[in-house]
Design a protein around this ligand. Structure first.
Ligand SMILES: NC(=O)C1=CN([C@@H]2O[C@H](COP(=O)(O)OP(=O)(O)OC[C@H]3O[C@@H](n4cnc5c(N)ncnc54)[C@H](OP(=O)(O)O)[C@@H]3O)[C@@H](O)[C@H]2O)C=CC1
Ligand SMILES: O=C(O)[C@H](O)CS(=O)(=O)O
Length: 488
């Protein structure tokens, strides 16, 4: 099955939209760009390219749509979001095929992302009805105090290519539930998933101007428009820490509220009392999910000395079972990397590690399939002096570090500017408590390699971001608090 003629693969070919979705209209903008399938390099769609000026007009439309949308009852917004969720589930196979075609992840993973992405719409359809204010006992006899929660306003959203569905719903669902309107600018590589979601939003009855999708190659220009346009009250971004810094600097001029889901450098620690088979299973999904292209992937694997060789051997055996290929084909576990630049980053990190004394255990070169396929790779004898210890690889490279003492490994794990996800395997209860409390990360997986869910607060500390997505906390990012002091 090839992505080349994507439309023929779909039960509902109308979901393969290539026009921008602005103010409830499908728009041809006068400029286009091609979307390519990373597995084969062929063009799968030619998409309308939205300019900064057209983005400004879209923001004005979103501003005009804001009041009537926010004026609906919470239940009315909830019911509309619920319909959007149900349409995503009904069309999950097509959404998955579109996602695999433009991003490359295997169909099974793409389907998993669609269900994960839809879960945020389901969750915040429910949370819409639980945006509670409060009354506070007055500070003077004649004073009555109330606190209201109100939608923050028009939201500008910029998202990456690695989860082209879920990264948008994780933002749009709470924003719309809160009563905000939303302008989504998807990554250049992966606009089709966002446009398919817009088609379903239209069918769900989300009013014109409430949810907009602007494919655009001018990433910097759109980001500047979001940051400089007074009508935009909130910027929500998922992507690298470097770009997050740029956007925060730009947003500072308006003192704009930002949510930032940025880069990671996750430690994955295996203690000597760990269930090693469980730890290997956890390391495999934590490291190689989405071919290592997630911000919460294990970037460093620390193994206690007494179990190091056994763990390395078991991990190598598991890696050997991975099946690299075109994600559209059955039985494929590992797709291509998104671009040649992503391959170059893996090769750079590998070369740096081996030049400084690391030993290649598995893989270590471009896959025989060519293109951006790469062999899942393990290196041992890795140390803190190597690039993989400080920089996010964002690919299928598993570096194994050896450690002796728990305090040493906590110090090494925390020795980074990042603080998104962390993981460890151990059984001793006091050790579990001590390590979980000592790790400087927004999220800690204990005896599990997968922690992402709509019910829990996803986000990082230090330079991995600001704010949380998902959970009952996630909607607060799109609400303002108003204190009313009434003299009676
Ligand atoms: N914490 C989290 O949840 C996540 C973090 N990430 C991090 O992002 C990186 C990989 O994703 P990647 O997409 O390469 O990250 P980038 O930060 O390069 O890109 C993310 C998005 O930002 C856009 N962008 C790039 N430059 C600018 C700019 N100057 N102004 C406005 N927008 C801009 C990109 O557009 P374009 O597509 O045109 O380049 C893309 O849509 C990794 O570091 C990863 O850890 C990724 C996903 C999730
Ligand atoms: O963009 C990402 O890397 C995601 O946040 C990872 S997850 O939420 O799918 O785990």
């Amino acid at each position: 099955m090839s992505a080349t003629n994507l439309k023929s693969l779909l039960k509902d070919p109308s979901l393969l939209e290539t026009r921008a979705y602005i103010n409830g209209e499908w728009v041809e903008t006068g400029a286009t760009f091609d979307v390519k399938n990373p597995a084969r390099g062929d063009v799968i769609a030619t998409v309308q390219d939205v300019s900064r000026a057209q983005t400004e007009a879209c923001i004005a439309d979103a501003e005009a749509a804001m009041k009537p949308w926010a004026a609906l009852t919470a239940k009315e917004r909830a019911n509309t979001l619920r319909r959007w969720f149900e349409l995503m589930i009904e069309n999950a196979d097509d959404l998955a095929a579109i996602l695999t075609a433009e991003m490359g992840k295997p169909l099974a993973e793409a389907k998993g992302e669609i269900m994960y992405g839809a879960s945020f719409v389901e969750w915040f359809a429910e949370e819409a009805k639980r945006v509670y204010g409060e009354t506070i006992p007055g500070h003077q006899p004649d004073k009555r105090i109330m606190v209201l929660k109100q939608p923050i306003g028009v939201v500008g959203s910029i998202t990456p290519w690695n989860f082209p569905n879920a990264m948008i719903t994780r933002k749009a669902a709470p924003a719309l539930a809160a009563g905000c309107t939303f302008v989504a600018r998807p990554a250049t590589e992966t606009p089709l998933s966002a446009l398919a979601m817009a088609a379903l939003a239209e069918r769900a009855g989300i009013p014109a101007g409430v949810f907009n999708v602007i494919p655009a190659t001018d990433a910097a220009g759109i980001g500047q428009e979001f940051c400089e346009n007074f009508a935009v009250r909130k910027l929500t971004f998922t992507g690298s820490t470097n770009v997050g810094r740029i956007l925060m600097r730009q947003a500072a001029d308006q003192v704009m509220k930002c949510s930032m889901e940025l880069g990671g450098n996750a430690p994955f620690i295996v203690f000597d009392d760990a269930d090693l088979d469980a730890a290997v299973e956890g390391a495999m999904i934590c490291k190689f999910r989405n071919n290592g292209q997630t911000c919460v992937c294990a970037n460093r694997i620390y193994v206690q000395a007494s179990v190091y060789d056994t763990f390395a051997e078991k991990l190598a055996a598991a890696v050997a079972k991975l099946n690299v290929g075109d994600g559209m084909e059955d039985g494929i576990t590992t797709g291509p990397l998104i671009t040649p630049a992503a391959v170059a980053k893996v090769e750079e990190h590998l070369a740096d590690a081996t030049s400084k004394g690391a030993t290649l255990l598995s893989g270590g070169k471009a896959h025989a399939l060519g293109g951006t396929f790469y062999e899942p790779t393990i290196v041992t004898d890795v140390t803190q002096e190597m690039q993989v210890a400080t920089d996010e690889t964002f690919g299928p490279l598993a570096p194994l570090f050896k450690f002796d003492d728990v305090d040493d490994v906590i110090a090494m794990a925390n020795d980074t500017i990042y603080g998104l996800a962390s993981y460890f395997y151990a059984k001793d209860l006091s050790r579990v408590y001590k390590v979980a409390e000592a790790l400087e990360y927004g999220m800690v997986g204990v005896n599990t390699g997968v922690i992402s869910t709509e019910v829990a607060p996803f986000g990082g500390v230090k330079q991995s971001g600001l704010g949380r997505e998902g959970s009952h906390h996630g909607i607060e990012e799109y609400l303002e608090m108003k204190y009313i002091c009434m003299s009676v």
